[in-house]
Every structure is written in structure tokens, then in C-alpha cells.
Design a protein around this ligand. Structure first.
Ligand code: IPM
Ligand code: MN
Length: 352
């Protein structure tokens, strides 16, 4: 298969983990006789420095004309504590999502058996957890009408029926291919937007009689993710709730550095780790590249390359089982590995 992949390394640890992800995809292409072309473009703080725009037009054009985007991370501390800065790296990510119409963000939460002791949650609660959080990505407060002056500010949590319908349908389809259990997370006891979500989802239930649907308030869901994570199969929720719940859900796996995501919708799909740019670690060769590498596996799966994706997942599992991990996942006193060295180990494994 020929694939044209736009690589957007971004900021902080982005370039280091991106390099590992690309090496792994190159090894797969070679082994399975595919032709992957990689074209690079700036995004986030790196793009602001280069062009003044966190998602420059040239980057958009490259994304649009590619089959997939392989994104890493954005964000820089020089913007975080300055509420008055007019341009922010995060706007690059939001612009990318909006312009590519990426309304569905798929975040699988999975526990690696050999890392179960790294979870902050007790083993008997967390082991065997396996769910997918589907986060609506181009609506809600992130994109609704905003206002800010020195005394008053608001963000509008607006959703339309078609926006809700398409994401709930997608979640129903995911549930169908899994354990057929969908949890719609909202705050329908307080928010009008949530009441519309619930109404639309309930109407769709009739079309998916094989899927068991339940409805849960977001505060309750955030508790249940910690106390009974095995309850969940597929969660669908709006943009802001999904942002918060997926950070929470990611740590039950033991490290945020393990979880990949895929964003799909109207134009080119994007594959990216769910973690941020960890600027303090930039250049130190200590960032865990696994989430990026697993995002590569999701990319391969998206194009139907199941054996290739399995090879990547096997490599990651083998590395973890063999203790080829960054410091946050290492056993006490064990040798730890750098970002680059983990990449080399994965590539060797794939070549063998
Ligand atoms: C994420 C991130 C982004 C978001 C930020 C960087 C804008 O936290 O992908 O979850 O809030 O969507
Ligand atoms: Mn987030």
C-alpha cells in the first residue's frame, strides 16, 4: 500500500517521540513491502516561532493532501501563564481538528498486564479493564461563542442534533464490534446541551437494538472510572467532558505515556498520543514513546493493515514485558531506557 503521511512533531518531547514513531512505521513498511512517504510540517509553538501562526496554511494543505496525519504534541510554558497572549500553541491543535472536520476522537484505555502494579488503582479493581472513550471533538465549549473582558467571560456549550447524532452513531457502531455496551455520559440534570444529547441518543437506541445503552452523569462517571473501570465498554461524551475523563482514564493504565488516539471525521484522520508536550523533558531522551508508537498501530489499523498493526503491538508488548521502558515504568532499581534506545529496540524486534 502507498501511504502519504504528514508528520507534525510539534513541541516539547514531540520531536523525540515522533522520530521513534516514524522509525517504527518505516520498519513496518520495509518488512511488509509498503511505500510510506513522510512529509514534515510545523504546528504549535514551533509554528508560531517559524510563521506566527500555530497551524499555518502550508501545514493545513499538507495535512489535507495526505492520507494520514501523524501528530505528536504541542504546548509551551511561555504561553501557559500569560492569559493575555493573543496566539497560543493549543489553537494550532484546535484549528487542525476543526479544519479537518475531526469530530470523533477515539481513545482506547487498556491495561498492560505486566504494568498492572504501576497503576495507582488496586490490581483487583483495574486488571482486565478495557474500554474506549469516544470524545466529540469539534463542538461544545471549545468552539462555541466566547466572550472575555476584564469583568465577565463565557464559553458557550452549543451542540446541534446532527453533531450529536453522528458521534452517537459512531459510538454505537464501535459498541457493536465490542461488548455491545454503550454509556452516554452527560450532565442532563443541569445542562440543556446534555438534555439534547440524551434525547437524541435515546431516539437512536431503536436503530441499535443489539446495543445496551445506559446514561450516566459525568460526575458519577468520573468516580466509576476509578472504582469500577471494568463496567465500561464504550463511552461517548461531549468535548469538554471527554477531555477530562480521558486524562483520568489514562492514568489507570499506569502511565499517560502509553495511550494512543485516533481522530476521524470529514478529511484526513489524525493519529496522536493523548498526552501533552511535557516541555520540562524536551531533549532529555526520557519521554515514553509508546503512545506515539501505538498511535502508529491505530494508523495502520485504520487502513486495514491488521497484521502490520499487530506486529507493532507485539513489539510494544515485548518491550514492556522485557523491561525496555522509560524510568516512570521501570521496576525499582532496574535499568531504564531512553526514548531513542526504546525506538531502536522496537525496530530490531520488527526486523527479526
Ligand atoms: C487533548 C489536549 C487538548 C484538548 C489541548 C492541548 C488543547 O488536552 O488533546 O486532550 O484539550 O483537547
Ligand atoms: Mn486533554
Amino acid at each position: 500500500m502507498d501511504l502519504k503521511i504528514a508528520v507534525l512533531p510539534g513541541d516539547g518531547i514531540g520531536p523525540e517521540i515522533s522520530a521513534v514513531g516514524v522509525e517504527v512505521l518505516k520498519a513496518i513498511a520495509e518488512k511488509f513491502n509498503h511505500k510510506f512517504e513522510f512529509d514534515y510540517a510545523p504546528v504549535g509553538a514551533a509554528a508560531i516561532d517559524a510563521t506566527g501562526d500555530p497551524f499555518p496554511e502550508a501545514t493545513f494543505q499538507l495535512c489535507k493532501s495526505s492520507d494520514a496525519v501523524f501528530f505528536s504534541a504541542i504546548g509551551h510554558p511561555k504561553y501557559d501563564n500569560n492569559p493575555d497572549s493573543k496566539v497560543r500553541p493549543e489553537q494550532g491543535l484546535l484549528a487542525m481538528r476543526k479544519k479537518l472536520g475531526l469530530f470523533a476522537n477515539i481513545r482506547p484505555i487498556e491495561i498492560f498486564p505486566s504494568l498492572v502494579d504501576k497503576s495507582p488503582i488496586k490490581e483487583d479493581i483495574v486488571k482486565g479493564s478495557d474500554f474506549i472513550c469516544i470524545r466529540e471533538l469539534t463542538g461544545g465549549m471549545y468552539f462555541g461563542e466566547k466572550y472575555q473582558d476584564d469583568d465577565r467571560a463565557y464559553d458557550t456549550n452549543a451542540y446541534t442534533r446532527p453533531e450529536i447524532e453522528r458521534i452517537v452513531r459512531l459510538a454505537m457502531d464501535y459498541a457493536r464490534r465490542r461488548r455491545k455496551h454503550l454509556t452516554v455520559v452527560d450532565k442532563a440534570n443541569v445542562l440543556a446541551s446534555s438534555r439534547l444529547w440524551r434525547k437524541v441518543a435515546k431516539e437512536l437506541e431503536a436503530e441499535y437494538p443489539d446495543v445496551a445503552v445506559d446514561y450516566m452523569f459525568v460526575d458519577n462517571a468520573s468516580m466509576k472510572i476509578i472504582t469500577e473501570p471494568r463496567f465500561f465498554d464504550v463511552i461517548v461524551t461531549e468535548n469538554t467532558f471527554g477531555d477530562i475523563l480521558t486524562d483520568e482514564a489514562s492514568v489507570i493504565s499506569g502511565s499517560m505515556g502509553l495511550l494512543p488516539s485516533a481522530s476521524t471525521g470529514e478529511l484526513t484522520p489524525v493519529f496522536e498520543p493523548i498526552h501533552g508536550s511535557w516541555p520540562q523533558a524536551a531533549g532529555l531522551n526520557i519521554a515514553n514513546p509508546m503512545a506515539q508508537v501505538l498511535s502508529g498501530a491505530m494508523l495502520l489499523e485504520h487502513f486495514g493493515l491488521a497484521s502490520e498493526a499487530k506486529n507493532v503491538r507485539d513489539a510494544v508488548n515485548a518491550a514492556i514485558e522485557n523491561g525496555i521502558v522509560t524510568p516512570e515504568l521501570a521496576a525499582p532499581g532496574a535499568v531504564t531506557y531512553g526514548t531513542k534506545e526504546i525506538g531502536e529496540w522496537l525496530v530490531d524486534y520488527i526486523r527479526e
